[in-house]
Ligand binder design. Structure first.
Ligand SMILES: Cc1cc2nc3c(=O)[nH]c(=O)nc-3n(C[C@H](O)[C@H](O)[C@H](O)COP(=O)(O)OP(=O)(O)OC[C@H]3O[C@@H](n4cnc5c(N)ncnc54)[C@H](O)[C@@H]3O)c2cc1C
Length: 331
């Protein structure tokens, strides 16, 4: 791909994957100037997404440190190549034709957890790098007797993904426990943003479009480790009761419109168990679209469209996906 073609694609759009002849050679040549780290060409995105569908990304790169990440995006910026950071892929649906662009997965140094403020009486600040899994932080907090993140027990994904998505459950969301976040802009510069500067929104932030979260500081409270652990176990049990936790899915597919559970609207539209190809509306929780094992991204998108049409017809409400669709030219 030439620089001009890269420019035409725009920095963060991810059009469908029609690899142009010579793209890899061009890119390899250019990337050598600034990148010696790990990368995978034509990397299956199905392996990087909990839906287990989707074509290949042109390149997936794994920066190991903040410095590597910054150098990488500066280089990609100079070449005007589209790129996007992902976490554990538990909220993305990648098109069958894949992603033409660079997918960035945070590596080694992005997994640390550190207690940074022990001087306050009640509040304790905990700094977590964005590549760390939410599950690991939650169990670390329980061991340390730090309360606040229990609501998120059972949400798969990374801290960066949870921060970017302002993930939530059981009436709470990440913004409730977020003290600040270090973000990187499109030119590789880091700056810290307070909770107030970020301005939380439902499964998003007003600051979000251009942000890569590299580090999140949570404000937590001291508590009894056993009680915290018990709350986490209880939350996970409630999830297992209501959700198809072990199916291949991305959790709730649609946002809840104005607080009305999307699952209720889908169920009322008579769609529990409805199937398109290998994609099915879960019998257990109607807002979960599951891959029965043979689904393609196209099946999931067809089912998504069908659900939206039927819910609109039945209730007059337009459902918006919570899952982020990557690599689709148009839906
Ligand atoms: C079984 C199941 C249950 C779930 N339950 C819930 C739930 O209760 N509540 C809920 O909110 N979600 C839930 N989810 C969805 C998902 O787990 C969350 O949204 C999670 O926070 C996504 O994290 P991730 O690392 O997998 O992000 P990804 O899926 O990799 O990415 C999601 C989005 O965040 C962006 N992103 C990822 N990392 C970063 C970063 N460091 N900086 C900036 N942007 C980034 C990506 O570009 C993408 O746009 C569930 C999913 C599953 C499979």
């Amino acid at each position: 791909m030439s620089v001009a073609q890269g420019k035409a694609l725009g920095k963060d759009c991810f059009p469908c994957n029609t690899l142009l002849p010579g793209w890899a050679d061009d890119f390899l040549e250019m990337i050598r100037d600034f990148w010696n780290g790990e990368l995978k060409w034509n990397c299956s995105m199905a392996d990087l997404s909990t839906f287990r569908v989707g074509g290949a990304a042109s390149v997936v790169v794994f920066p190991l440190s903040l410095n590597e990440l910054s150098l990488l995006v500066q280089g990609l910026g100079r070449m005007n190549l589209p790129w996007r950071v992902i976490g554990r892929g538990s909220n993305i649906l990648v098109s069958d034709s894949g992603i033409e662009g660079v997918v960035v997965v945070l590596g080694r140094d992005f997994c640390s957890i550190e207690r940074i403020d022990i001087h306050r009486r009640e509040q304790v600040l905990v700094r977590v790098m964005a590549g760390c899994s939410l599950a690991k932080v939650i169990s670390w907090c329980a061991e340390q007797g730090l309360s606040g993140l229990e609501f998120a027990a059972g949400i798969p994904g990374s801290v960066g993904g949870a921060t970017a998505m302002n993930a939530g459950a059981f009436g709470r969301e990440i913004s409730d426990v977020l003290y600040s976040v270090v973000i990187m802009d499109r030119v590789g510069t880091f700056r810290s943003k307070s909770h107030e500067q970020m301005q939380p929104a439902y499964r998003s932030w007003n600051e979000r479009p251009d942000m890569t979260a590299v580090e999140t500081i949570f404000k937590l409270k001291k508590g009894d480790p056993e009680a915290i652990e018990a709350r986490c176990r209880d939350i996970i049990a409630q999830r297992r009761n209501k959700q198809p936790c072990h199916a291949m899915s991305c959790g709730s597919f649609f946002k809840n419109p104005d607080g009305i559970p999307a699952g209720k609207l889908i169920e009322e539209a008579g769609l529990k168990g409805f199937q398109v190809g290998g994609a099915r509306v879960s019998e257990k929780h109607a807002n979960f679209i599951i891959n029965t094992g043979t689904a393609t991204a196209a099946d999931i998108v067809s089912l998504m469209k069908h659900i939206r049409e039927r819910v609109l017809k039945k209730s007059g409400i337009v459902l918006e996906p919570e899952v982020e669709l990557l690599g689709f030219v148009s839906i």
